[in-house]
Write a protein that binds this ligand. Structure first.
Ligand code: SF4
Length: 434
């Protein structure tokens, strides 16, 4: 044990655990890059690491419970190895940390989303390593595709959502900084970038005119080496004609839209403060499909929001049936402390009913996806091979379809043309043509 303790004290390894959205993944990648620049080494486990970072999510109760469980595990580790440095970052950390400090006194530092400087400063002091400029250059290039935050925070304040309280108001990054980051990533072999924002469509409203999402997409489209550009998450109210036209015209921008509708009933949409109606959402999808017939769609749904009746839920089911989304992320409503719905509305739908409604959505969407994917059998697609899962290489089409490929040759990070031979609701299977 003594040996182990002194090993830990002298160790310069770090371990980063991440849960939640792509913004969290992007923050973790940036922090890992900074640690690498500081001379620390990446570890695969809490046991081997001197620095342990939990990047947390509290958007749903289930995610928060996982973070709490990880924190519980760390408590006993700290008793045995007090030299370990524990960091809690992400959306569990609000502007005030007194309560967290009381609950988790063994955590050394708490950092809000995107606020990485306090972490590197603390680690640098504690371990005596240089952190000068460590957040400025990218050393950890994701294998194939990279996430790039372009706008932080959210101004929408949907009644169920904790994000604006944790990530603050919207702040857009300058186009030149984003283009510079894309160039650095392409130099490291990245061919696909996903531009991220909680509400990516409102990018640039706080910058000079001529700096909106469509302008950024055009600028990134010019970067040599980049082959595909994606963006998420959209908001129906901010999806402008200019954005739709940019997607239809720019050759590298993939014709895939992440467009949450959340609920099908207008009353529920109003109490969620989403700012659009069922009809407006339908019209928007129709408009996009008119401009871009091949467009694919992913959406988010919350079932069992405060007061949602069976009839109101039926509106959600109807929308899923009729819109034929390519992917649906459905979750049961869980009140998040401090949000408008938590303070002012009753969480009146029982757990059982929420679960039944979720199952209805999943069952319906499975049949929709099976039909959509079946129609793709026999067609050919360009696929960027991303990795290997269960002995099978896999990649994605421009429309974000997951494709498993019959090949033994490792062609990760290559574009290949694939003929689709079979399908399930969740993926396509095919063979390489070139
Ligand atoms: S648009 Fe609404 S749901 Fe999305 S991050 Fe902002 S407040 Fe949350």
């Amino acid at each position: 044990m003594l040996n182990l303790k002194s090993e830990i004290k002298n160790s310069k390894n770090y371990f980063v655990w991440t849960i939640g959205c792509q913004m969290n993944i992007a923050d973790s990648q940036k922090l890992e890059s900074a640690f690498d620049n500081m001379g620390l080494g990446k570890s695969d486990s809490v046991q081997d690491a001197r620095v342990v970072v939990l990047n947390s999510c509290v958007v749903r109760k289930s995610a928060e419970s996982k973070v709490e469980s990880m924190l519980g595990t760390l408590k006993s580790v700290k008793t045995l190895f007090p030299e370990k440095i524990f960091v809690l970052m992400g959306c569990m950390v609000g502007p005030k940390t007194d309560d967290l400090k009381k609950r988790f006194p063994y955590v050394d530092i708490f950092a809000q989303p995107q606020k990485l400087e306090p972490i590197v400063d603390f680690i640098s002091n504690k371990m005596g390593v240089d952190s000068e400029g460590c957040l400025e250059s990218i050393t950890v290039a994701p294998d194939v595709a990279a996430y790039i935050p372009i706008i932080h925070g959210c101004d929408k304040f949907c009644s169920f959502c904790i994000i604006p309280y944790r990530r603050g108001r919207e702040v857009s990054r300058e186009i030149k900084d984003i283009v510079n980051e894309v160039e650095l990533l392409t130099a490291r072999g990245v061919q696909e970038v996903t531009l991220l924002g909680q509400n990516v469509d409102s990018y640039g409203h706080d910058l000079e005119p001529g700096n909106r999402l469509e302008d950024l997409l055009s600028a990134v489209n010019e970067v040599k080496g980049i082959k595909r550009i994606r963006f998420l998450t959209s908001h129906p109210n901010d999806m402008s004609d200019q954005i739709i036209k940019a997607v239809s015209k720019l050759d590298k921008v993939c014709e895939h839209f992440n467009l949450p509708f959340q609920a099908g009933d207008d009353e529920i949409l109003k109490s969620m403060r989403r700012g659009y109606t069922n009809l407006e959402f339908r019209n928007l999808v129709e408009k996009i499909r008119n401009y871009i017939p091949k467009a694919s769609f992913a959406t988010d749904i919350i079932v069992g929001f405060c007061g949602e009746t069976e009839l109101q839920f039926q509106e959600t089911l109807d929308l899923v049936q009729e819109m034929r989304f390519d992917k649906v992320h459905a979750a049961a409503y869980s009140p998040r402390k401090g949000t408008i719905s938590d303070r002012m509305m009753e969480d009146s739908v029982s757990k059982e009913i929420k679960r039944d409604r979720l199952e209805s959505i999943w069952e319906l969407q499975e049949s929709v996806q099976s039909e959509i994917n079946k129609d793709l059998v026999g067609q050919e697609f360009e696929v960027l091979i991303e990795g290997k899962k269960k002995e099978k290489f896999f990649g994605r089409t421009r429309s974000d379809k997951l494709v498993f490929i019959d090949t033994d040759t490792d062609r990760i990070n290559e574009f290949v043309n694939v003929k689709i031979n079979s399908s399930t609701a969740w993926s396509l299977q095919g063979t390489i043509l070139n």
